[in-house]
Design a protein around this ligand. Structure first.
Ligand code: SF4
Length: 360
């Protein structure tokens, strides 16, 4: 692409440096590229970083952003500050097919996969704005149901030519789509979090329909083939529901299931959603559950709940309302007031030449 528009061979490297390392917001900022080439670039491409069209701030400092996507939909992304750390909870799909009982995104249904550019746009914008230290792919969608685009995003985030982040700063979460999970483990060094929520097949099936196709026992068996004793971390997410999965029986089954795996368990508070007959467990039961697991050798933490007042907490993300509003055209940042020319991706209508990508 670089040579096509009259750049030297090392032009691709220059572009990557401006886009990823320097994370610029416009082609005009690429000052070591000649003005004539910049003009040609602007005719065909955009930087491709979308600004959020809405921001909400929680009393605890958590921020939630509503981003437009290239397909004309909307997604939510959450920034969680914590001392020196700034974590971004990234979305990978518009809605989700997995339909987990306790999740608002699941209730939204599925409206489409995010492009790699959509995924990276969330990171680029938030990193420029906030200075991020960590990424968790735990926003809207099941990352392994959009694995090609997620893997491309992870490559650009971790490659020397890209953002050059350590994979140890990135965690991808999944319900456990086995085939894609294997590819992720083989091709990426990032951390893995599996949404577990119940060690008992029949009950997990009720909470998470994905259990029918991807039984947690089989997922765990597969994970045992890999080594998590060094840099890469394996964790299991466990939302604790009152009287449902917080008993000693569950703790024992959990210990049995995870025996022999180098991993940790993160206990998560349930945030009530409408029309779902589940309640979060109380603090005492949560701590007793944690202590039982810890006492029996399973490293277990209780994850702090963040951003509940702005519906940014775990399980509360939804863009159902925004996506159901009529939107006449797929998003074209070049003619969308307020979104300017910040679009690291494709110029959606590059003068009849079809869609092209500058970087993502
Ligand atoms: S919990 Fe995750 S996988 Fe399940 S419906 Fe929500 S977004 Fe999808």
């Amino acid at each position: 692409m670089a040579t096509e528009i009259g750049m030297p061979r090392f032009g691709a490297k220059q572009l990557a440096q401006w886009l990823y390392e320097k994370n610029v917001s416009s082609i005009d900022e690429m000052t070591n590229i000649s003005k004539a080439v910049r003009e040609r670039l602007k005719e065909r491409y955009e930087v491709g970083v979308h600004e959020p069209i809405e921001r909400m701030t929680s009393v605890d400092g958590t921020e939630k952003y509503l981003f437009p996507t290239l397909s004309g939909h909307f997604i939510e992304t959450v920034y969680i500050p914590d001392g020196e750390r700034g974590t971004l909870c990234v979305s990978t799909q518009v809605g989700c097919k997995m339909n987990c009982l306790f999740c608002q995104t699941g209730k939204q249904g599925f409206q489409g996969n995010l492009e790699t550019a959509d995924i990276l746009s969330q990171v680029s914008w938030a990193h420029r704005e906030k200075g991020l230290t960590n990424l968790v792919f735990m926003g809207q969608g099941e990352p392994f149901d959009n694995l090609d685009n997620v893997m491309k995003a992870l490559e650009i985030l971790t490659a020397d030519y890209g953002f050059a982040w350590s994979p140890k700063r990135i965690t991808v979460s999944s319900v456990g789509l086995k085939k894609n999970l294997r590819r992720y483990l083989e091709e990426s060094q990032c951390h893995l979090a599996i949404s577990l929520h119940s060690p008992i097949h029949e009950q997990r099936l009720q909470l998470m329909p994905a259990e029918r196709q991807f039984a947690i026992a089989e997922v765990v068996e597969m994970l045992k083939e890999y080594d998590f004793s060094h840099q890469r971390r394996l964790s299991f997410e466990y939302i604790v529901f009152k009287g449902v999965n917080d008993t000693e029986v569950h703790a024992k089954e959990l210990l049995k299931l995870l025996r022999g795996l180098d991993c940790r368990v993160n206990l998560i508070r349930f945030h009530q959603i409408p029309n779902v007959d589940l309640q979060g467990t109380d603090d005492a039961s949560m701590m007793a559950f944690r202590d039982y697991l810890t006492k029996h050798g399973l490293f277990t933490t209780v994850r702090a709940s963040r951003g509940e007042d702005v519906f940014a907490a775990c399980g509360l993300l939804s863009t159902k309302v925004e996506n159901e509003r009529p939107h006449p055209q797929p998003l074209d940042p070049s003619n969308s007031p307020g979104r300017g020319e910040k679009s690291l991706t494709p110029n959606p209508s590059p003068k009849g030449e079809g869609s092209s990508y500058t970087g993502y």
